[in-house]
Design a protein around this ligand. Sequence first.
Ligand code: TEU
Length: 536
Amino acid sequence: MKDINKNLKDKVVYQIYPMSFMDTTGNGIGDIRGIISKLDYLENLGVDLLWLTPIYSSPKNDNGYDIADYYQIDPDFGTMEDFDLLLSEAEKRGMGILMDIVANHTSTEHIWFKKALAGEKKYQDYYVFREKEFVEDHPITSIFGGDAWKYIENLDLYYLHNFDKTQADLDWDNEEVRKETYKMMNFWLEKGVKGFRFDVIDMISKIWERCEMSNGPKLHEYIEEMADATYRNYDDTFTVGETWSADLEHAKKYSNLENTEFSTIFTFEHTMFGPDKWSTTIDLLKLKEIFEKWQKGMHNEGWNSLFYNNHDLPRAISRYGDDREEFRELSGKGLAILLHLMEGTPYIYQGEEIGMINRPWTREEMQDVEAINYFDMAVKKEEEKEVLKKIENISRDNARTPVQWEDSKNAGFTDGTPWIEVNESYKTINVKGALEDKNSIFYTYKELIKIRKKMDLIKNGTFDLIDRKSKEHFSYMREHQGKKLYVFANMTDKDIIISEMKDLEDGEVIISNYNETYKDGNLRPYEAFAIKVKSN
Ligand code: TEU
């Protein structure tokens, strides 16, 4: 049996959204050579694994999550030679590459779908083609808005697309589809990738009786089969499943430490609070409860992921912290301290380590298919100003503005015209500046990664909230083998008092976002720090 979860608890993942990372050709789109040019930077940060969102051949209606050929690198990103070079250059620096596997759907440009449209029954069975009667009995709304069934006139059939109409759902109950997927995964494993992130993997088994698109009866059976056929045959792999619908029970099945389907999973409860994705404000009490539920629930039974943002979510500081310039750095460091000292695998989303923030969008500037669909529908019912505010707070485009490398033109991302707006904040927020300033957010992340690797307590300790009723601070205590770690984070822009801090004067402050250490129970705006003490 291979050691698939080697050093799992030490690892920190950095997510790269290649389109927006670094462009070396001047076409305005980031590329693989751009990633290679920044590997020294990532090594300096200290991360272990680089998760690349899809770089396969794609028409990019959903920025690469609509895959036309899983065996080809999209020419916008470079060539297979570039990719091989990336693998070896990353390996030299002790970093592994994780590929994104989109198993639920392909682009309608994929050869299978084209053959299906041309009438080949074999390939129609790869997808979910259904007749009118079935479709009428099974109304399904696309996650990107509108009807999830699209009619094809010359076949007199409908196909299912849970996302964009150019992303046709595959039928995982068809054994050939599964085998083709495993073959493709083994192709990448053979090349030397260290593992995978699985896009909407909870959707591969559907519950048709209830029109539920996730958590179907065969879900775990198929994942087991996939793991056996692929990554379980390789040493030291890392896998993460994107599972929006996972409750604790599913989560433990997925990432059970003994017989693991995935090393870890992404759950999203802490990213959504309101009635829908667009109208949701953070409720600190709720946020604390959600983290507590997952921290306690997974302890010793599974292994969770720690993240605030990714390519589908707005910037962490703008959402959970305070992006006003006077507080941005403090708040960014505070959020990092709060998250990284919990149990689970931390993910850093490109630009998070320098404190990138959201920006306002006009209709013309929006790139994201989800945001555009939403805007066009919402303005029919609501004030445009209100809708634009929601887009500014929540839109995926916020995560997709180019990484701000320098304070020069286009933030040093490209010599050409960037495919998406550059965030105007690049003059003050950029990598060059962050590296030069030993007090920057970057060095807090770097320090947190080092601390994680050294401290068993972070990897294995219990988790208990401190003062769960406080609407001002988010604080907790970890405990393991006679040692305790207290983490305090003021979530407001005011001074606050925390009485629980009083007895900790003898402890050792291991990290803080203010230079001088704390004073008896008084926390300054957004102050966050961790203290290690011996327990009696
Ligand atoms: O995301 C899954 C997903 O459900 C998101 O679309 C999410 O619901 C949305 O951003 C929030 O409303 C994955 C990918 O991460 C995303 O980029 C893709 O668009 C999607 O799958 C389809 O492949």
